[in-house]
Design a protein around this ligand. Structure first.
Ligand SMILES: [Zn+2]
Length: 440
């Protein structure tokens, strides 16, 4: 697992790594008045800054240049920061909007806690002169915060300020007053404004699920993961979870959570949501996440959802009816979704949900086929562990390596059927899906 390094380790470890992005240093300052200022300092004059992550054009609304000489523009699907007159610059300051914003296929830039604390996703800030090359990685980040608050960076608490070299997808950094609680399995920062029922579920179910997946997918390498659970009581209906190396986070952005928790279905859904995110934590490898391109997300999202189903059935047997009904719903969703577009197009057509629904069905079929061929000695966990090992040994991340193993441990025929389902425009998706699970 690629780790991020806190300052002390940095001195020892850093020379072993590639040099940091020498072009752009990032400084974030939070004032007592909750003003978040982002500063980019370049090592040479630039005519624009581009970003690594471009999920949409919402920086234009949410990032305000301190000087009106600057603007953020959206060109061919990417945002850029430049001077309005096109002249060169080496330094620029912006103020950020520290509220939750759902970004499709990306992490929320901010996840607020109900007591005023917040998580900030650093990957959102990664920037390069002109545009970021595919191999641009390693950013020098510094953060300054008010006296009476603290930062949590990679499981460690800092006051006043911290700086580190960040890379890959970045990380979530906590800024606020809540003290982390270290348990056997995680370091937890759980919003005390969350309903008691959710808090106790987080405290009990997350460790339980971690043990469950650890037994099947192996121990996590690196430091103890940090669990962040935040709750913004606002007029919205979204909740989002995610994982980054050594981090798992969940955010609820709604105002009727107290009412919702009285509904058994919502509780099951929440447990599924936890199981899905914990599964992601254990999908990772020493060389990072194993997924391929975003349009092949059936691989990790479908796998995490199938593992969530298995975990619920094993650990919470009374969820069986819920799980069965959910899988039926997934079938309907997948069939309807693939009437009119191919699965690999879904990412770019706002149909990301299909990677969960169709993806679960693909992994269910694979699991059954692998078990059948091995007379129950091997299963989806075995396959994922093999997949991880292959990638750690140098094979390509993504579906090609995974499907080669499906061919080896299930059948070539199944791989062909999966590829048809993923890559072609189907005339009868229902038929194609039922053929997938014919070996059941
Ligand atoms: Zn997921």
């Amino acid at each position: 697992m690629k780790s991020f390094l806190f300052p002390l380790l940095l001195l020892i470890n850093f020379p072993l790594y590639a040099a940091k992005n020498p072009e752009v240093d990032i400084v974030i300052t939070k004032s007592i008045e909750n003003i978040w200022t982002l500063t980019y300092q370049m090592d040479r004059p630039a005519n624009r800054l581009g970003f690594v992550r471009n999920p949409d054009n919402s920086r234009i609304e949410r990032w305000k240049p301190v000087s009106s000489d600057f603007e953020i523009v959206f060109v061919e699907g990417k945002e850029y920061l430049n001077r309005k007159d096109g002249s060169l610059f080496e330094h620029v300051e912006l103020t950020l909007t520290p509220t939750y914003k759902h970004l499709s296929k990306d992490y929320a830039p901010f996840s607020p806690y109900s007591d005023g604390g917040v998580l900030i996703h650093t990957g959102r800030l990664f920037s390069c002169i002109n545009k970021c090359a595919d191999d641009a990685n390693d950013w020098q980040i510094s953060m300054n915060i008010p006296q009476d608050e603290h930062l949590i960076v990679n499981g460690k608490v800092y006051t006043k300020s911290a700086s580190w070299v960040d890379s890959d997808d970045g990380m979530n950094v906590y800024v606020g007053r809540q003290k982390p609680i270290e348990t056997d399995s995680v370091i937890a920062v759980i919003d005390s404004g969350l309903p008691e029922k959710i808090q106790s579920s987080l405290n009990a179910d997350i460790p339980k699920l971690m043990v469950y997946f650890q037994e099947r997918l192996g121990k996590l390498s690196g430091v103890k993961p940090t669990l962040y659970a935040s709750y913004a009581k606002v007029d919205d209906r979204s909740s989002q979870g995610g994982t980054l190396p050594n981090q798992i986070f969940m955010h609820w952005n709604l105002n009727d959570l107290n009412k919702k928790i009285k509904d058994a279905k919502f509780i099951n859904q929440t447990t599924w949501f936890f199981a899905h995110e914990v599964a992601h934590l254990y999908q990772r490898s020493k060389v990072g996440a194993l997924n391929g391109e975003s349009n092949q997300s059936w691989l990790h999202e479908g796998n995490a959802d199938w593992l969530a189903a298995l975990a619920l059935l094993d650990l919470y047997p009374n969820t069986e009816a819920y799980v069965t009904e959910k899988i039926d719903r997934f079938k309907d969703h997948c069939v309807k979704g693939l009437t009119g577009l191919t699965l690999i197009e879904a990412a770019n057509k706002g149909q990301f949900g299909l990677y969960y629904t169709c993806g679960l069905l693909i992994h269910q079929a694979i699991d059954h086929a692998v078990q059948k061929k091995s007379n129950g000695r091997k299963n989806i966990y075995f396959l994922w562990n093999e997949f991880r090992q292959r990638v750690e040994q140098g094979d390509e991340k993504g579906p090609e390596t995974f499907l080669a193993l499906v061919e080896q441990y299930a059948s070539k025929e199944l791989v062909v059927r999966i590829k048809v389902l993923v890559e072609t425009k189907l005339t009868n998706p229902e038929d194609t899906l039922s053929q997938l699970i014919v070996d059941k």
